[in-house]
Design a protein around this ligand. Structure first.
Ligand code: ZN
Length: 512
């Protein structure tokens, strides 16, 4: 571990860094066990694995909330040398450690344990209720979840003029409030609704034929591996495996794992999932190694993380120039089965818009509607404006209003997502924030890198990756996410970039 000269003379900061590295090692060990659970572990291993993870979680919590850590942070804060230059690495590190410490320590240990127990029970009952498509089975558990989250929000507190939801969201997206999310989402919703109506009225929708071609799994695997390598996933510092729900987990910038999934009749799903997780992984592999496990070597928020995955999946992977490069790669792996599809057909096929009930299968245009619905409902649950018993009706009404579809049952309605059963609210908007950030970052990259998109046609992805690395990955948690956006793009987050991108692309594809 190399320490910059301004910290070496400060034993309190040295010791604090050592303590945090120790805690980070426990945290990343738990991540290894999680990864193993999702990819390799036999089904009977669930129960002992739960005990292993609980033991590590307890040790982690004890370490990061210890009185010693609190004292070390105070000692650093009192040192003018360390704090005088606000922009120094040391000052930025100490500021973030203070925020983390205060947040972790304001929750009583009893509540932490209660939450863990409720989480496993609620998740079990949610899975059962979803199998039976019966919300009434989950309702008492969701009531307990909402009650516990209100208590948790009370412990954290929120700024004046704010609301309980803010306290929860802050854990995923520091600085994020419901009022701010609403101010960004409102113009997005109205422009999206107009766009969706125009798309549905189109007389020249793309053909779905390519998406239904059956292609052997082993060839799909070789194909997505080649794409992953081309866009910059470093296999010497990472692995790719298979899991039901694709994910990325980084133990250290030198060991980042992604998973993907394969269906014979949907190569596009494997490609999209792989590029998405590669985007997360390129962020994790691009973090500062000399600060790994510390604030400046950590990802800043879920929203910014999602911006990196969405950018590679959508702005790159669903662009015409990408398909100019990708078509020969596709033909190399699948031969005659795909040789009849030209670049234009492939490009159009991966950009089909179709309103549906299921969030995780949604296209770029409708996806954000699914998120807005969840945001509005969980916000109202937290303030008490919505009763848990009324969730299915409120859910169905919004799907009618926003996507003009009739929810067929609770399984394909308000029981489809695992998040609430994991005692988690405030998480959903980070998906749409990620989409908004990705479009705004990509616009900035396009302004700063000459002929960026044309380069994709020649497989030139390095310039974009280096730009993201310098502007975003290597900043770690130096800035709050909203501030990082201003630093990188010169403007606060707004819906214009995403909407211009979607309107331009679909306008052309659907002949609007
Ligand atoms: Zn993601």
């Amino acid at each position: 571990m190399s320490i910059t000269t301004d910290t070496a003379a400060h034993p309190a900061l040295e010791t604090l860094r050592e303590r945090m590295l120790g805690a980070a090692a426990i945290g990343s060990s738990a991540s290894v066990l999680h990864w193993d659970q999702e990819t390799k572990m036999p089904p009977e291993g669930v129960e002992p694995r739960g005990r292993q993870l609980a033991a590590l979680a307890r040790i982690y919590h004890e370490q990061v909330t210890s009185a010693e850590v609190g004292d070390l942070i105070s000692e650093c804060e009192a040192c003018n040398d360390l704090m005088a230059d606000e922009t120094s690495d040391a000052a930025a590190t100490i500021r973030r450690l203070r925020t983390d410490y205060d947040r972790e320590t304001c929750i009583p240990v009893d509540l932490v344990e209660e939450e863990a127990t409720l989480g496993s029970q609620a998740q079990h009952n949610w899975a059962e209720a979803r199998r039976n498509a019966d919300f009434s089975q989950f309702q008492p558990w969701l009531e307990k979840v909402v009650a516990l989250l209100r208590r948790k929000a009370d412990c954290y507190g929120w700024a004046e003029g704010g609301e309980p939801w803010d306290a929860l969201a802050d854990g995923y997206e520091p600085g994020c409030t419901a009022a701010w999310v609403e101010s960004v989402f409102t113009p997005l919703r109205s422009r999206l609704q107009t766009l969706l109506q125009r798309i549905q009225g189109s007389t020249t929708p793309p053909s779905n034929d390519f998406n239904e071609v059956r292609l052997p799994i082993d060839a799909q695997e070789a194909f997505v591996r080649e794409v992953a390598e081309a866009i910059g996933f470093d296999f010497r510092r990472g692995r790719m495996d298979v899991s039901t729900h694709p994910f990325c987990t980084g133990f250290h910038p030198r060991d980042v794992r992604i998973t993907t999934r394969f269906h014979e009749d949907n190569v596009n799903d494997a490609l999209g999932s792989t590029m998405h997780e590669c985007g997360h992984a390129i962020y994790e592999q691009g973090l500062r190694q000399d600060e790994a496990g510390l604030p400046l070597g950590s990802a800043v928020s879920l929203g910014i993380h999602e911006s990196q995955s969405r950018l590679w999946e959508n702005q790159v992977g669903r662009s015409r120039q990408f398909w100019q490069w990708c078509r020969p790669v596709l033909v190399k792996h699948f031969g005659d089965a795909v040789a009849g599809f030209d670049v234009d057909t492939l490009y159009r096929s991966v950009n089909i818009v179709r309103p549906d009930f299921i969030r995780v299968e949604a296209d770029e245009a409708t996806y954000n509607m699914h998120i807005m619905i969840r945001f509005e409902l969980e916000r109202a649950l937290m303030t008490g404006d919505l009763n848990v018993a009324d969730v299915p009706d409120a859910w169905a009404q919004r799907y009618r209003d926003y996507l003009d579809i009739e929810v067929p049952d609770d399984a394909r309605g308000c029981l489809q997502d695992v998040h609430w059963s994991m005692v988690s609210m405030g998480y959903f908007p980070t998906y749409t924030l990620g989409n908004l950030y990705s479009a705004q970052f990509f616009d900035a990259a396009t302004r700063e890198i000459p002929n960026l998109e044309d380069g994709f046609a020649d497989g030139e992805f390095d310039r974009l990756r280096s730009w993201l690395n310098e502007k975003i990955h290597r900043q770690g948690r130096r800035y709050l996410p909203a501030d990082l956006c201003e630093v990188v793009t010169g403007a606060p987050l707004c819906a214009d970039h995403l909407m211009s991108y979607l309107e331009g692309k679909y306008g052309e594809i659907y002949g609007l």
